[in-house]
Design a protein around this ligand. Structure first.
Ligand SMILES: Nc1ncnc2c1ncn2[C@@H]1O[C@H](COP(=O)(O)OP(=O)(O)O)[C@@H](O)[C@H]1O
Ligand SMILES: O=C(O)[C@@H](CO)OP(=O)(O)O
Length: 377
């Protein structure tokens, strides 16, 4: 009996590895001799580095970088178990959680630190870099990151642009001829779970600007500045990012990575599925368990449990989801490969208590799921 345990983290309560461990502990109480394979998963956002490191026996490297407001922050990146692939989480350098709610201002915040993390990974001599984008504090079109990597963005006086989404209004020329040459020799992939365009009603500024502290007037200014950025990129580099799906991810970081660095944008969960070799591992499994903090109708839009379930269903494997909680509309997941879902919360309780008891609640639920599974066989 081979059981694959491939959950995402439960935001704010358990890492993916902690979830997987608790599921295994619960299952073992009923099925002590089964083979368990734990694969902590993620879909590109926070937790992606930890998951890929855990899954591949890699290492985390601490590397202080420039934070969203220009201050130093203790950033990090991962080197996967193959020793050749670096994984970077944009949020570690330029994340929203690094800025207090009062200080959030996407006119000013910069993605420069994410570029510094990429440089640090290059210094490590890697052949492949995966950049997870999302959870960002920035709306600068990724220009901070681009400048850190050698792109020259200048105003009409030939001066380098300053930090932030506001500075984009001054952009007069883009020159990519001084990009760090090592980038041309490696594979650069972007792990992303949104497909928003750069500008307009579904664009970076309108959809994600407010959560970063943008007022309605700022949203209009930022949207206009990103359109200007796209126009200059089109004129100087003959690249049209304005209508590319995903260009609006992480405040236009998608546009910079796709347009300036020719990166490949992929669904975050697909990247993680490939990295952990899920397809090969699942082929001869008897049961697949997945999960995330909350399984709801959003889950079907590129979230971890659906990615795992789709892979499992290629080989007709049964899939069970164990989640922190469920929404009433979670039933849609059954059409996407998750056969049954269970919430771990054993009694009415507030979120604080649920977070505190998370590991034991997962274990208890997993024990009972295992018992049901055995009864049904
Ligand atoms: N231990 C837990 N018990 C109950 N609910 C949880 C627990 N952990 C997370 N959640 C719920 O999951 C939500 C986060 O969902 P999650 O799927 O982890 O994040 P996202 O959808 O942003 O990737 C939390 O806001 C909370 O409602
Ligand atoms: O950083 C952002 O702008 C958004 C979209 O990429 O991230 P999240 O989906 O985590 O809010």
């Amino acid at each position: 009996m081979k059981i694959i345990i491939a959950p995402d983290s439960y935001k704010e309560s358990l890492t993916a590895m902690e979830v997987a461990t608790a599921i295994e502990t619960g299952f073992r109480q009923v099925m002590p001799t089964a083979e368990y394979i734990k694969l902590p998963m993620a879909d590109g956002g926070e937790g992606t580095v930890q998951s890929l490191i855990d899954a591949t026996n890699g290492t985390i490297i601490q590397h202080a970088v420039t934070g969203p407001l220009g201050e130093q922050v203790p950033g990090f990146f991962g080197i996967m178990g193959d020793g050749k692939t670096a994984v970077i989480e944009m949020a570690a350098a330029s994340g929203l959680h690094l800025v207090t709610p009062e200080q959030r201002n996407p006119l000013l915040t910069t993605s420069y630190g994410t570029g510094e993390l990429i440089l640090a990974a290059l210094d490590h001599g890697v052949e492949h870099i995966i950049v997870g984008i999302g959870g960002s504090a920035t709306n600068d079109g990724g220009i901070g990151m681009a400048q850190a990597l050698g792109v020259q963005l200048r105003d009409s006086n030939g001066q380098p642009l300053g930090f932030g989404g506001q500075a984009l209004a001054q952009l007069a020329t883009i020159d990519i001829s001084h990009i760090d040459p090592r980038l041309a020799t490696i594979k650069l992939e972007v792990a992303c779970d949104v497909d928003n365009p750069l500008c307009g009603p579904k664009g970076a500024s309108q959809v994600f600007g407010p959560q970063k502290g943008a007022t309605p007037a700022m949203v209009v200014e930022l949207d206009k500045n990103l359109a200007h950025y796209a126009a200059i990129m089109h004129r100087d580099l003959a690249i049209d990012v304005k209508h590319m799906a995903g260009a609006g991810a992480a405040g236009g970081m998608g546009a910079a990575l796709l347009g300036l660095f020719n990166a490949q944008l992929r669904s975050g969960i697909e990247i993680v599925i490939d990295a952990v070799n899920l397809e090969t591992i699942v082929k001869d499994a008897d049961l697949v368990i997945t999960g995330e903090g909350r399984i709801d109708s959003q889950t079907i839009h590129g979230k971890t449990p659906i990615g795992v379930a789709r892979t499992a269903k290629k080989f007709n494997k049964p899939v069970i989801g164990i989640a922190g909680c469920l929404s009433q509309d979670c039933g849609v997941v059954h059409q996407h490969g998750i056969d049954a879902v269970f919430s771990i919360v054993p009694a009415a309780m507030n979120l604080e208590q649920a977070f505190k008891d998370a590991a034991i609640n997962v274990e208890l639920t997993a024990r009972n799921v295992a018992a049901m599974y055995c009864l049904g066989r």
